[in-house]
Design a protein around this ligand. Structure first.
Ligand SMILES: Cc1ncc(COP(=O)(O)O)c(C=O)c1O
Length: 415
């Protein structure tokens, strides 16, 4: 699932060791489909958000907000969560103000702030991670904070190497310096339970397509903070928070899809309580354990393979492994795995700064990312493929040219 650009839809095949039997039912006739049907029905009651009192907003929006640990008025639906928001926040920045971005982040949480800082004449500062350990320490962020810091943009987890910085510790430092913390939660939200308040994020962006939903942007933020931010908007559009951040008619079909995804995930709770937030937290905890176990298994195997470098090394990580191969292009490994029905693409996955910081240039490496529906059979197929590839790289039983193409026998499943 975690491929960034070319995700592969799960199939309905049995997934014997997935965290919940309900994952075996990801099928058009399964519970996800019936949930969508219910939501479409409720969606017909919806009118333009500007005209709606709070209690009448789309159930999807309320659901997602609750499930991020924020309340109804604390979340925005944006077409592009970073560009839209950076322009709005930067309106009060002045020359001499400082904005911090990190080398670890996806470019979506770097470039919008770079441009916004440039436009405001603010100074840009870089917090750097340690390429040897993959860690971005709170101290590395503290080193670039000052009393002029207006904003720090930090990823909740690296989509390239999986590192999960200590967001809470960074938040405390940023707030002590008088700044605000904008957290890119796109990668993190797919893998762990989220509580924005506990993380200490002032703003938290995520994309439901990373957690089995459709592609749209969501930002969670405190209403009192949002009251201070004035995005460009059309004159007749409402001034009310949060609607003044949401341009025009909301993408209701995407909100309905998001609700379906959250419903589905909450339904995976090992001990359902009937409380959606609690169920979602339980389900995400089970998913995290499931994915971590698989990651650990895969990681132990690949670390022992000759000529393979594993770049994912931080103590706290998502189930995301970046590999390179001595003397071989990671894209060749991707193509070989694709012939076995495994989708583990190669690249920098838009985490360009991180890839360059690691010394991997713009090419990055092979990324293995796990989703809730992956199981030990998938891991076996992946590891067999990597064994073959590395044996061939060592000159043992080098396969013929047939595995250099991207044609696949089966639809690749993302790993
Ligand atoms: C960590 C991270 N941030 C931001 C993004 C951008 O998200 P979107 O594609 O929804 O704009 C991605 C996408 O892969 C990501 O992995």
């Amino acid at each position: 699932m975690d491929t960034g650009t070319d995700e592969t839809a799960p199939t309905a095949s049995a997934r014997p060791n997935c965290p919940s039997p309900r994952l075996n039912q990801i099928a058009p006739s399964g519970p996800g489909a019936s949930t969508i049907g219910r939501l479409w029905a409720s969606g017909r009651l919806i009118r333009r958000p500007a005209a709606l009192p709070a209690r009448r907003r789309l159930p999807a929006a309320r659901l997602l907000q609750r499930n991020l640990g924020v309340s109804f008025r604390e979340a925005l639906w944006l077409e592009d969560w970073a560009f839209d928001f950076s322009r709005a926040l930067a309106k009060t920045w002045r020359p001499g103000d400082e904005v911090v971005v990190t080398r670890l982040d996806h470019d979506a949480n770097v470039r919008p702030w770079v441009y916004a800082a440039e436009a405001a004449g603010a100074t840009l500062r870089w917090a750097e991670f340690d390429p040897a350990t993959g860690e971005l320490s709170p101290q590395a962020v503290a080193a670039v904070l000052s009393d002029r810091t207006r904003l720090v943009a930090l990823t909740g987890a690296s989509n390239l190497i999986g590192t999960r910085p200590d967001v809470r510790a960074v938040s405390d430092l940023v707030h002590a310096a008088g700044g605000l913390l904008y957290v890119d939660g796109v990668h993190l939200t797919a893998h762990v339970p989220i509580d924005i308040g506990a993380l200490g994020a002032d703003f938290f962006g995520c994309s439901p397509y990373k957690f089995l939903g459709p592609h749209c942007g969501v930002v969670g933020a405190r209403p009192d903070l949002l009251e201070q931010v004035h995005p460009d908007k059309l004159l007749p559009a409402t001034e009310v928070v949060p609607e003044r951040f949401e341009f025009g008619t909301l993408p209701y079909e995407l909100l309905a899809g998001t609700t379906a995804a959250i419903d589905f995930l909450a339904g995976l709770a090992p001990s359902p309580s009937g409380d959606r937030r609690q169920d979602l937290a339980g389900a995400m905890t089970a998913i995290e354990e499931h994915e971590d176990r698989l990651r650990d298994r895969i990681e132990q195997h690949v670390r022992a393979l000759p000529g393979v470098t594993v770049w994912s090394r931080a103590a706290r990580r998502t189930p995301t492994l970046l590999l390179t191969f001595d003397g071989r292009d990671a894209a060749d490994a991707y193509r070989h795995l694709a012939t076995l029905g495994v989708n583990a693409p190669a690249g920098s996955f838009y985490a360009l700064e991180a890839s360059r910081w690691l010394g991997l240039g713009d090419d990055g490496g092979l990324r293995i990312g796990l989703a809730p529906y992956n199981n030990d059979d998938d891991a076996d197929r992946l590891l067999d493929g990597l064994d073959q590839f590395t044996r061939a790289s060592q000159g043992v039983g080098r396969p013929g040219s047939s595995w250099a193409g991207v044609m696949t026998r089966t639809q690749p499943r993302s790993l």
